[in-house]
Design a protein around this ligand. Structure first.
Ligand code: SF4
Length: 121
């Protein structure tokens, strides 16, 4: 199974089970991005790192949680190369914060996440 990313892991786990239920004897998962380990503060709905299956876990632990036979992530370098980013620019001009935890801007302590905004209404 090839997917673009694993966020919470619930979809991956469900698809692995569906493939096994359909008769697959082995399910190998390949993800076309590095593990998502940090929240996005720039508009993508990845609200907290506790939502992310890969935060604080090894690839093997994530593989075990989604019940796959193997799990492979693309490296950040491989992803940048795949999308044709220039190696002369820092991070090739690409935000990688949710993969690395290194944000390209200052993140303020009172940053309000999208789900917190919903709760305060
Ligand atoms: S790469 Fe940057 S902008 Fe894109 S989802 Fe990750 S943290 Fe958000």
């Amino acid at each position: 199974m090839v997917d673009d990313s694993i966020v919470r892991g619930t979809t991956s786990k469900r698809i692995v089970k569906m493939l096994r239920d359909a008769g697959a004897t082995e399910v190998h998962v390949v993800i076309a991005a590095p593990p998502l380990v940090s929240p996005c503060f720039y508009g993508v709905d990845i609200s907290t790192d506790s939502d992310l299956i890969a935060t604080g876990r090894s690839v093997e632990e994530v593989r075990d949680l989604i019940a796959a036979d193997s799990l492979t992530f693309l490296s950040a370098e491989g992803m940048l190369k795949a999308i044709g980013r220039s190696p002369e620019m820092k991070n090739c001009g690409q935000c990688l914060a949710c993969f690395t935890g290194e944000y390209p801007t200052e993140i303020y302590a009172d940053t309000v996440l999208p789900h917190e905004k919903e709760l305060s209404r």
